[in-house]
Design a binder for this molecule. Sequence first.
Ligand SMILES: [Zn+2]
Length: 448
Amino acid sequence: MTSHEWWHNADLRMATAVGDGWRLFNDLYLRAQTDADLLALTRRTRLAQSLTHAARTEHFAPHLGGRQITADNAEATLAALPVLEKDVLRHTPEAITTGLVDPWDVLKVRTSGTTGEPVWIIHDDTKLTESTAANLRMLDAYGLQPGLRVIRATADLRHGLVDYETMPFFGQATVLQVNMSTATPGDAAFLTRLCAEFKPDVLWGQPVEILLAALRQNEGTIDFPKFKAVLTHGDSLDARARATIADVFGCPHYDLYGLQEFGRVGWECPQSPGTYHIDEERVSIDVQGDGQVLITSLTNTAMSLLRYRPGDGGELLTEPCPCGRPHVRLTKIEGRKRALVADADGQLVNIKPLRLILEVQPLHRWQVRQNEAGCLDVLIAPESPADGDELARDLYAALKNTMRLRELTVRPVELAELTTASGKAPLFQLLATQEALSAAVVDNATSW
Ligand SMILES: [Zn+2]
């Protein structure tokens, strides 16, 4: 039987995935919370399938080819595999592609992670169904309902002052997006009324975006209604930011752990703050001796991500959680911590437009430094040093239009200058960090 061409229709696939995710929530994700045996069996069975699929790939075939993989030997087989480095994804993604999903149907996600180079990850529809189920479980634990209303704080100059969107895989949420960078005191009446009438349940954003929202609230640019919860995602949270968010918004705050390579995989337990339950139905997690996290996808049949090292640190807690859920917990997560750029007007803006331009250049390494509001110093180590000056001129022209700057320099440097004793220098060295933003909110002290 041949399928209708709508089989490939993205809107229909999205709606179907939400329905399938709801069933998966009922049949598995909900039950596994109180059934450790079901969780263990699901993990082992899915892992055996993942390993079997991986045996088809060029990268894993030498390690897995010809072996009989069962649910009983799956965990030992996984543990014997070499670590999968991001370099494999970046340079030879086809080597870990299974070929099991029609190229027309794969979902592509672009990521740059902590190391800065763009990488494409391909997924099958389980990315949508499993996310839907896992998010429903998390929202339930946080006392939130499907159809929730979310205010999303952004700081991206490419976004309008306000916008609407939906998050079908996040409990069918309706989202009001508010740009905290471009909001001014003149918008106060409009924004305050809009947010109040929207009747939000949740404030959502990266830690620096939520801190900027807190700053705007303190300045009187917006007066948010009371939220049921603040949810942060995307960056590791520092202790001061955590205290500031709790203080300003006066409601529960939960932090989520996710990666573009896998989607959200962990969420902070409401009964045990600072520890994150891992959705072990979807991923298997391990921490190496040096504290580096390794993650294995149990559901992605399009690409084999086994013992993948994203560059995040953490500590695994295997003892039972006070909440009773059998899922292992990750704590002391050390990953990316982004900051904001202070532009010539003193506005705080997201680094993403800069990153999108820089990460596709023929550079070994780059770094953006800010020592003064409105001024940026961009250091580049070109792959071909002879082209350094020309590349610097082109980059100057591209970067100067991304935000309002008083001074911009782009300088070719030796690679050694962007290398530290412990490895690569950070991509961004900025003033408006989580800590500095917290100080601005609490002490009214700005360092930009
Ligand atoms: Zn718990």
